[in-house]
Design a protein around this ligand. Structure first.
Ligand code: SF4
Ligand code: SF4
Length: 233
């Protein structure tokens, strides 16, 4: 299983001086944060998935195309029609407000009302297509601060990349990403097909094309990731 979502593997291999190492002490199937004696103990029915990820359109499309439980969880969010647009599936305002309250207390990792809809019996149903935060969040860093700094830099870069690519992909379909609300165009009655179409556009990109789409902001963030990669090595 790759450390980052499969779509990003070839791009990051082209962008960085070597493969990205995971965090071996973050043993998610036997989560150490749920073990007795933790000062801040998570519960097994939540773990670190008391979070609702905003998925860019093309990752939604990839999860739908895979089928199975992951597709079902994504479809339920699309059918819910809250915070759903051609750019992706976002976080509803009431969830965001509840999450902020919980984050200020010790509820993170313990409040089952905030568990992610993709959390399926202790595992992530869309692991291969998780977004920037879920890709880079760890409870353990084998290189301490250098490890944390690397994952934070990568998160920031992937967030820029995800925003840029989701806007680019709808533009490729003839939809103006700057209009509010963003139009569904001829996909108004088949939203899933739009998400799959964006996945197909984005999957065809090489890293140099992704880099060009991301522009100056992506290049600046990539520089930071490279610095942090070397410091973590
Ligand atoms: S990353 Fe999350 S699920 Fe994995 S070990 Fe840490 S708290 Fe547990
Ligand atoms: S998408 Fe997966 S990794 Fe991210 S919060 Fe949900 S279940 Fe956890």
């Amino acid at each position: 299983m790759s450390t980052v979502p499969s779509l990003y593997v070839p791009w990051l291999e082209a962008a960085l001086p070597g493969p990205i190492r995971g965090e071996p002490e973050a043993t998610c199937d036997a989560c150490p944060m749920c073990a007795a004696g933790q000062p801040w103990r998570f519960t097994v029915d939540v773990k670190c998935c008391g979070y609702l990820p905003s998925l860019p359109n093309y990752l939604v499309g990839r999860a739908l195309r895979d089928g199975g439980p992951g597709a079902a969880t994504v479809r339920a969010r699309i059918d819910g029609k809250v915070a759903v647009s051609p750019l992706g599936v976002g976080c509803p305002p009431d969830y965001a407000a509840a999450w902020k309250t919980v984050e200020r207390t010790t509820g993170f990792g313990t409040d089952p009302t905030l568990v992610c809809p993709h959390f399926d019996r202790g595992r992530c149903a869309i692991w291969a297509h998780r977004e920037a935060v879920c890709t880079t969040w760890f409870c353990r860093f084998d290189r301490g601060d250098a490890g944390e700094a690397f994952w934070l830099a990568l998160r920031s870069m992937l967030q820029t990349l995800e925003q840029g690519l989701s806007r680019w992909a709808v533009g490729e379909l003839g939809i103006d990403p700057g209009r509010r609300p963003v139009s569904w165009g001829r996909w108004a009655d088949d939203r899933e097909a739009l998400f799959v179409a964006t996945a197909e556009r984005v999957e065809a990109l090489r890293w140099d094309e992704v880099r060009a789409i991301g522009g100056f902001e992506l290049r600046v963030k990539l520089r930071e990731v490279k610095r942090a990669f070397v410091a973590r090595a």
